[in-house]
Design a protein around this ligand. Structure first.
Ligand code: GLU
Length: 424
């Protein structure tokens, strides 16, 4: 079957275009601009892993560390065929902006392995993850570079990373290293609510957007691309707000039902069948027409470069909430903005995930255990503050939301460099 979500390349071009635009509008300091135009470190590791059939395979893993002016590098690891140095650079750079915008004491990093995890057994994935962690060695660390889940990686894998990293330390040091990775299972230092943090955050920003526009999410029709951790939890919280899911697309196909699709039923079906196709006998919808579905809200929550000059003109929604990183490319964005479509930019919209990670890191570092209620209240506050800040900046500079978000993120980093100067 043709894959419904077509991965494309060139994300690093997009992040650079976005950066250039904001730097121009705000008049970013030239030296700071030079520093932020390139990544600090790019780590590429090749490592052998024994497969279940006894053969040995060599894998390539990446970790790009874009900038750490505000604190340790922070960002996920993804397992996907599209992972390469270009993608890792783009995603690491977005993390620098995202953590800065959220007011976290972090920089940005991202990495992963170019694999389709569906091709491997659970035991193989464990060995791949552990050997990758070992190969990265002290290029990661709880006060240096802290990975987390991303596309196709999960809490179980984070537990393997923590365990492998901690096992390389002397016994007395081990427990001090639990926060080398976030997004761990709750029983292993993970945070209650980290699993839903990104999807919840997407919906908090949409609630804020609706309020700003004098409305609510109740009765609004929306579509979701990607039904993984971000897409499902976003749909879960949209449902709680009374919004109606009418279209879902993932790598297995595209569903459309103007009467509404139950996110919980779809999750149960997907868990049992490993596909969304066939749910309640719904017909497959033309995947190329997905973003043109007549709806109020689009939540792209899968891969980058999905709304482009090929399909942006067909968008009928009033707002695109970027659950994924980089789902709208530069050309797509120009078309959407001309049409008057609001874009809640990824570095704001999906920042609930890394904010949740920050809470988990604090929890581990301070030897605390936070409750779900605490997490949800604190997450909402941080996201609403960030959202309101972006709106104020967009009014002040008379610019779009993405550029406003960049201006806020870049200003914080610029100030740190100005206060500190450049060594030596
Ligand atoms: N992978 C997520 C992101 O892109 C979370 C990163 C983190 O928690 O460090 O924001």
């Amino acid at each position: 079957m043709a894959r419904a979500i077509k991965p494309r390349v060139g994300m690093y071009e997009n992040v650079k275009n976005q950066f250039e635009k904001a730097a121009e509008v705000m008049g970013l300091d030239e030296s700071v601009k030079k520093i932020l135009s390139i990544t600090n470190n790019e780590i590429v590791v090749h490592f052998p892993v024994k497969m279940d059939d006894g053969s040995v395979k060599v894998f390539t893993g990446y970790r790009v560390q874009h900038n750490n002016a505000l604190g340790p590098y922070k960002g996920g690891l993804r397992y996907h065929p599209t992972v390469d140095i270009d993608a890792a650079r783009a995603l690491a750079t977005w993390m620098t902006w995202k953590t800065s915008l959220a007011g976290l004491p972090y920089g940005g990093g991202k990495g992963g392995i170019q694999i389709d995890p569906k091709q491997y057994s659970q035991a193989e994935l464990e060995r791949i993850t552990r050997r990758f962690t070992y190969a990265l060695g002290d290029n990661i660390g709880p006060e240096h570079d802290i990975p987390a889940p991303d596309v196709n990686t999960n809490a179980q894998m984070m537990a393997w990373i923590a365990d492998t990293y901690m096992s390389t330390k002397s016994p007395s040091e081990r427990s001090k290293n639990q926060h080398v990775v976030t997004g761990k299972p709750v029983g292993s230092g993970g945070l209650e609510g980290r699993d839903r943090a990104t999807g919840f955050g997407v919906v908090v920003t949409l609630e804020a957007w609706a309020k700003l526009n004098g409305t609510t999410l109740e009765g609004k029709k929306y579509i979701v691309q990607g039904f993984g951790n971000v897409g499902y939890w976003a749909a879960h919280f949209m449902h709680k707000n009374g919004a109606i899911l009418i279209g879902v697309q993932d790598a297995t196909g595209t569903l459309y039902n103007p009467e509404g699709i139950d996110p919980e039923g779809l999750l149960r079906y997907q868990t049992e069948n490993n596909t969304i196709m066939g749910y309640k006998n719904m017909e497959e919808y033309d995947s190329d027409k997905f973003f043109g579905i007549d709806c109020d809200i689009i939540i792209p929550a899968a891969l980058g470069n999905q709304i482009t000059e090929d399909n942006a003109a067909t968008v009928k929604a009033k707002v695109v909430a970027e659950g994924a990183n980089g789902p709208v490319d530069t050309d797509g964005e120009v078309i959407l903005l001309e049409k008057g479509v609001d874009i809640i930019p990824d570095i704001l919209c999906n920042s609930g995930g890394v904010i949740g990670s920050y809470f988990e890191w604090l929890q581990n570092r301070n030897g605390e255990i936070w409750s779900m209620d605490d997490v949800i209240v604190k997450l909402r506050k941080k996201l609403e503050d960030a959202f309101n800040g972006v709106i104020n900046t967009s009014v002040q500079y008379k610019t779009d939301l993405r550029t406003a978000a960049y201006i806020r993120a870049l200003s914080r980093i610029e100030m740190a460099y100005k206060q500190r100067g450049i060594f030596p």
